[in-house]
Design a protein. Structure first.
Ligand code: FMN
Length: 251
């Protein structure tokens, strides 16, 4: 798929020098109004940036928290747009499509309710079909959770995002720990150590809050303003056939 190859190639050309190259702006619709925020591109669902996995896909993966407003926005309206600027090479990608939330199966935002069956069939394929592996969304969610660095994972065990700080309960096990390792209990901010039971409970809560957002791309607008002459190409998925059509357009 040419748009995916372009993203991978340009991201690789930027990321070593520009850490921000994996930061994208993700827009949702909130009661008919735009809502926009920065999120980090975590790679394509089923894949890993440093080694080959059993799977490949063209679904963009983002890690989000079930307690944040974007979850309800996406449940109410799954359409979104990503705007991605890679400054070293001068590439803007605008990706339009639908968002799918993969949450803990016991949570009301459950994958089987929000993820249509065809999503995996149409977008994820096994590298070695002869092995007969079966795709499992929960397995992928857990893989992504375990892949997080302890510093990143801590976000999901903190008190609820967006709530007034004053409402934090000092007796709650949810505190602003700088790192959350799955093996070692973190140091409690009050200087004491979490007990193994508290650590286990925190790990359960963090994993419960952890959601992967799969972005299913329908249209890509790739614009290169630094080129002389400037270049702009649109990729559109054709309804019915599912084929991608590429059109060079005026910048
Ligand atoms: C550099 C940067 C990276 C971020 N990465 C993420 C991310 O990967 N996932 C996420 O949910 N929020 C991320 N955030 C926080 C979001 O921008 C946002 O503040 C938060 O998710 C709440 O969004 P909401 O209120 O629209 O749901 C990031 C913010 C910044 C500034």
């Amino acid at each position: 798929m040419e748009w995916k190859q372009r993203i991978e190639k340009q991201l690789a050309a930027n990321i070593k020098e520009v850490k921000d190259a994996a930061y994208v702006q993700l827009a949702t619709v909130a009661n008919g109004r735009p809502a926009n925020r920065t999120v980090v591109f975590r790679g394509f669902i089923g894949e890993d940036h440093s080694k080959e996995t059993e799977w490949q896909s063209d679904l963009l993966c983002f890690d989000v928290d079930i307690r944040t407003p974007k979850i309800k926005q996406i449940e109410a309206c799954p359409f979104g747009e990503i705007c991605w600027w890679m400054s070293k090479t001068g590439d803007q990608f605008r990706l339009t499509g639908q968002m799918h939330l993969i949450a803990n199966p016991t949570h009301p935002v459950h994958s089987s309710k929000t993820v249509p069956d065809h999503l995996a069939e149409d977008h994820i394929c096994a590298r070695h079909p002869e092995k007969g592996l079966v795709w499992d969304w929960e397995q992928e969610r857990v893989r992504q959770w375990e892949k997080c660095s302890p510093g990143l994972r801590a976000n999901w065990v903190w008190p609820s995002p967006g709530q007034p700080k004053a409402s934090n309960d000092p007796s709650s096990i949810m505190q602003f720990v700088p790192k959350f390792d799955l093996k070692e209990p973190p140091a409690h901010p009050n200087g004491q150590q979490y007990t193994p039971e508290e650590h286990q409970e925190l790990a359960r809560l963090g994993k419960d809050h952890f959601v992967i957002l799969a972005f299913e791309v329908e249209r890509v607008d790739h614009y290169k303003p630094y080129e002389q002459p400037q270049q702009r190409v649109i990729f559109e998925k054709q309804e019915g056939t599912g084929e991608w059509k590429m059109t060079e357009v005026n910048p």
